[in-house]
Ligand binder design. Sequence first.
Ligand code: FES
Ligand SMILES: [Fe+2]
Length: 376
Amino acid sequence: MFINFWYPAARADELADKPLTVRMLGLRFALFRDSAGRAHCLSNVCIHRGGALGEGKLHGDRIACPYHGWQFDGAGACVRIPQIGKDGKIPPRARLDSYPVQERYGLVFVFLGDLPEAERPPLMAIEEWGAAGWRATLQHFDWAIDYKRSVENNIDPGHNAFVHDTHISTDGHDGTHITGIELVETAWGVGMKRTSYALPLRDEKMRAVSGREGSGFIESATGHHGPNSVWTFIHPSPTMKIHQYLFETPVDAKHTRLYLVTMRNFMIEPEHDARMMERNAYVANQDGKVLHDLEPVVTPDSNLHETFITSDQAVARYRAFCKAWENKGWRIDRDRLAADGTAFAIPSPLRREIKGWVIDPVPLRPGDAASRAAAE
Ligand code: FES
Ligand SMILES: [Fe+2]
């Protein structure tokens, strides 16, 4: 698990007039909206004596701890301590980590890290969002898996012909032989384009729209962005486009919440949303079943404990990206995090400006000195 990336914390519509407790990267966070409707995310551990902020109440623009009622604003500053009265002095260390928030694509994204704005990896963009002729659906899945296993599965063309009956050839074509992978690299990930063999669409209406009753070759592309996001473009016909954006949040090292935004440029009337989501869930749950049974649960640190072939090359590049982010010192040390007895917080951007914080920063793997120096 990595700090310094954007993570989807909740659906925008589930964050209403009550605070929410959300678990991400093995820690808890308090989400709430202020009186103007702006979403905020704070570290959940109250700096007084450990109360759980997300279980507290809202007072206008502030959230109050459920234990002794200390109030915090959206920037994490403690602005009221009932026990010291109106004229009492609030201790200077009485502040919580507050994280940058962006509300996009029907989701509340939180930047869990301390990088200043100019250096932050960008959120994966959905280019078609809001464009005429496109329709979006949003759904989510909760799986007991390491999120990296899911990202790797999405950029692995070799599994389709075995895991998905929607992809298993029944007409003699050898859909299991993977050829013609063309890797494309960006600053934050690797992708690939492919022409692949496809069966007719399962859904009758979609099949009619595709104009293809038989099998055929279609264009598709997929890639990851950062450690936890994946884009997949499927074009069942030259004019019919399904563009999927998967934003994953590691709840902890072995549990993942996956938010799937699907953009489509056909059958864009809302009454077809259920049909699209049913198709997505059908395919996703086939992946989920296989991923749930993998060993070890957490992706191994060394590729020597698995056997890579050409069709795994995007997975190998993904792991190399993860290694580079680890070398920057962004990887959480999950063993030290899991050890009982200390409350931790993901360091927020303000920690780079102000010293003296009550809650210890989450333990990070050391990375390498050269990468850390380059990142400074
Ligand atoms: S623990 Fe939060 S106010 Fe006391
Ligand atoms: Fe799959």
